[in-house]
Design a protein around this ligand. Structure first.
Ligand SMILES: [Zn+2]
Length: 308
């Protein structure tokens, strides 16, 4: 940790976070009503003039938790927001690599109820900067900003302490997620065992001789359960293909091609076409099998264009 950095950060404690901000609108019934609708607060002292007049308040009051709402700057803050210790603090932390931010606490104290017509101004100061802390999110500094809310007479009506953690995002792990292996079962074990040996096998009905793929127990032509295999030449052509874009999965490099390959023997199988720009793949393109070692555990029969 750099003590020089902490000294600079702590040098900003007590300074205005930015210029005072005067609320766009006075405390008003419409905003109170919308707030109560949104949070489901049916207390009549906020919206019913008769009930409110009969209450200890003698008039409509604003829900205390609306305090910050009155001085929200909107989605596009005024350009003057770039001034002040807050911007300086953030720039120092960004420069030191603490580039991520998360809000951690908000505490509010209410000095008095707000009435319709009150005009608020919010003034914020940097109240505290913690030494570098180790957290589950990463190493960083907690920054506490105190905002005092004052009315049209300059009297404090409430105070808010807002704490953020400005932290270094953990370095991305580059460990590659392994490509899931196709499931092996009693019906297709011969196919994958063939691939392990560098052979592309096609199931053949022993009764009628029809070839079939993907592997399954019964011949769709004669319903025989007897079968053996023939070894494919591994040559064929692209019958159809797509280039998937979404959703992306972490174990593939994009873009890539998923193709239906028609083998010379007549059966088709689904695979990837590799060793070519995905956008150069064409239907009818001659391809041949490449037994590709994807990782230590997995070999797949992928296809590449036949070299002339
Ligand atoms: Zn058959």
């Amino acid at each position: 940790m750099s003590d020089a950095l902490l000294d600079k950060l702590r040098g900003l404690v007590g300074k205005p976070a930015g210029p005072p901000f005067r609320a766009w609108d006075a405390v008003n019934q419409a905003m109170i009503r919308h707030w109560c609708d949104a949070v489901g607060d049916t207390n009549p002292i906020y919206t019913d003039p008769v009930e409110a007049a009969a209450s200890v308040h003698g008039q409509i009051v604003a829900p205390p938790t609306m305090l910050q709402a009155w001085t929200m700057k909107g989605l596009v803050p005024p350009p003057s927001d770039g001034d002040g210790a807050q911007a300086e603090l953030m720039a120092l932390l960004d420069g030191a690599g603490f580039t991520s931010v998360v809000a951690t606490n908000c505490e509010q104290e209410y000095t008095r109820y707000l009435h319709i017509g009150d005009e608020l101004t919010a003034e914020s100061v940097i109240e505290d900067v913690s030494p570098e802390k180790h957290t589950g999110l990463g190493d960083g500094h907690f920054i506490t900003t105190r905002t005092d809310f004052r009315d049209q007479n300059g009297d404090t009506v409430g105070t808010m302490r807002f704490r953020i953690l400005k932290f270094k995002p953990p370095e991305k792990q580059e460990k590659k997620v392994p490509r899931p292996a196709p499931p092996r079962n009693q019906d297709n074990a011969f196919f994958w065992e063939g691939v392990d040996r560098g052979e592309l096998l096609i199931q053949r009905c022993s009764a009628c001789g029809r070839l079939r793929h993907p592997p399954r127990p019964m011949c769709p032509n004669c319903q025989s359960l007897d079968w053996d295999t023939v070894k494919s030449t591994g040559r064929g052509e692209v019958f159809s293909f797509i280039i998937p874009h979404y959703p992306q999965v972490p174990f593939l490099d994009y873009p890539y091609v998923v193709a239906v390959v028609a083998l010379e023997e007549g059966t088709r199988l689904i695979s990837n076409v590799i060793d070519i720009d995905p956008h150069a793949v064409e239907i009818g393109m001659p391809v041949e099998v490449r037994f590709t070692k994807v990782d230590d555990e997995l070999t797949l029969p992928l296809f590449a264009p036949v070299k002339a």
